[in-house]
Every structure is written in structure tokens, then in C-alpha cells.
Write a protein that binds this ligand. Structure first.
Ligand SMILES: Nc1nc2c(ncn2[C@@H]2O[C@H](COP(=O)(O)OP(=O)(O)OP(=O)(O)O)[C@@H](O)[C@H]2O)c(=O)[nH]1
Ligand SMILES: [Zn+2]
Length: 207
């Protein structure tokens, strides 16, 4: 099954790869959790659930073993471009570190190159690197900014994330329609003019 392409891809994506020891331990804990919650972990429908959850949680936290800098560097090209590059509406799924419940939404990411560009898909991959961890939306936003800033040495970086938090929808304050927007701006984007061009572009419906 393993070929060269898959190996090099797996260097940072870890697709379908679960740690046996972690899976076994988590499975045990999730089985106990089900019983503590009043379920019967031995009933047919739940027999494989603890193991499924153990794998799902490893998938959803695989960002810990991914390296954003390696991803951005893996398709870094020398190019004299001086205009803003914007990738918008990148869907993201993460989990809040307070309740381990999902938050999800969109990221809009722009940078102004300074001799180096990266593959567009790598920008979207960096979102997953930091989203697939236990997070707060604010830290997710700044970690993405710093990875791009440190790797590409650009003139400016902007990151805006709009997300809905299930911990505010399904429980707690139970607000179904609230959307949280976080942003981080660095370099040229600290100037009003550049920032407002970015804001105009992310709110436009032009594709
Ligand atoms: N700043 C920030 N807060 C978050 C994020 N995700 C969840 N939270 C908040 O984390 C806070 C934790 O507050 P606590 O009072 O300790 O927890 P709680 O009793 O479960 O709070 P409620 O959700 O208000 O019921 C809540 O206000 C959540 O809304 C996030 O990404 N960023
Ligand atoms: Zn939460």
C-alpha cells in the first residue's frame, strides 16, 4: 500500500495513521465514560464506539504532529510579486479547549510577498495544522499569522477567522446565531489603507 508519494505526503498529514497504544488506552477511557454517563457500553450499537471515538479524537488532534513551517517551505517559490495574495473562505473545524466541543467557520488569509510565495493549498493546510488541536479561536488566528510571517518573510500578513462555537450553541449560554470574529494583522496590514483593501476583498462576493 505504501508508495513514495504516500510516504512523503504522510510526512506532515498523517492520514489514517493511529497510534495503537493511544487507541487502546483511549478506547478504555471512552468505554468507562459511556458507562459513567448512564449508557450500557456492552449494547450492540455501542460496542465499537469507544474505539471509533478514540480514532476520531486522534484525527481531530493530528495537528500536534504536523509542522506548519515544513508545509509552507515544501512549496516555496522565488517570485517578484508585490500585490496582496488572498485566500478566503477556507473552511475550518476545530475544538475549543474549554469544553472539547467543535467550533467551525471560515478563515481568510492574505499576505504581501517579499520575494517568496508559497503554494496556495499550503495556506489552507496551515489552517488545519493549527485547527486540529484543542484551541481558542484567538490563538488559532495568531498561530496561522506567525507561521506565514516566519516562513515567507513577507511584507505583511492578515488573518481573519469567523466561527460558531457549539459550546455556546448546544449548551451554556445557548446562542444559536452568534458568530465570533477574530483577526490578526502584521506589517503592511497594520496600515489602514492595506487593511481596508483586505476587508473590502473578504466581504465582496466576487469569485
Ligand atoms: N476567548 C475564547 N473563549 C472561548 C473560546 N471557546 C470557548 N470559549 C469560552 O470559554 C469560557 C469558559 O468559561 P467558564 O465560565 O470557565 O466555563 P463555563 O462555565 O462552561 O461557561 P459557559 O460556557 O458560559 O457556561 C466560556 O465563556 C466559553 O464561551 C474561544 O475560542 N475563545
Ligand atoms: Zn467551549
Amino acid at each position: 500500500m505504501r508508495n513514495h508519494t504516500r510516504e512523503s505526503h504522510m510526512a506532515y498529514t498523517k492520514i489514517e495513521q493511529y497510534n495503537e497504544h493511544v487507541t487502546a488506552e483511549l478506547t478504555k477511557h471512552y468505554r468507562e465514560s459511556l458507562d459513567l454517563l448512564g449508557e450500557d457500553s456492552t449494547r450492540e450499537g455501542l460496542l465499537k464506539t469507544p474505539e471509533r471515538v478514540a480514532k476520531a479524537m486522534q484525527f481531530l488532534t493530528q495537528g500536534y504532529s504536523m509542522d506548519a513551517h515544513a508545509i509552507l517551505n515544501s512549496a516555496k517559490f522565488h517570485e517578484e510579486v508585490s500585490e496582496m495574495i488572498l485566500v478566503k473562505d477556507i473552511e475550518l473545524y476545530s475544538m475549543c479547549e474549554h469544553h472539547i466541543l467543535p467550533f467551525f467557520g471560515k478563515a481568510h488569509i492574505a499576505y504581501i510577498p517579499n520575494g517568496w510565495i508559497t503554494g496556495l493549498s499550503k495556506i489552507a493546510r496551515v489552517v488545519d495544522v493549527y485547527a486540529r488541536r484543542l484551541q481558542v479561536q484567538e490563538r488559532l488566528t495568531t498561530q496561522i499569522l506567525h507561521a506565514i510571517k516566519d516562513t515567507l518573510n513577507p511584507l505583511g500578513v492578515a488573518v481573519v477567522i469567523e466561527a460558531s462555537h457549539l459550546c455556546m450553541m448546544m449548551r451554556g449560554v445557548q446562542k444559536q446565531n452568534s458568530v465570533t470574529t477574530t483577526s490578526a494583522f502584521w506589517g503592511e496590514f497594520e496600515k489602514n489603507e492595506t487593511r481596508s483593501e483586505f476587508t473590502k476583498l473578504i466581504s465582496s462576493n466576487l469569485h
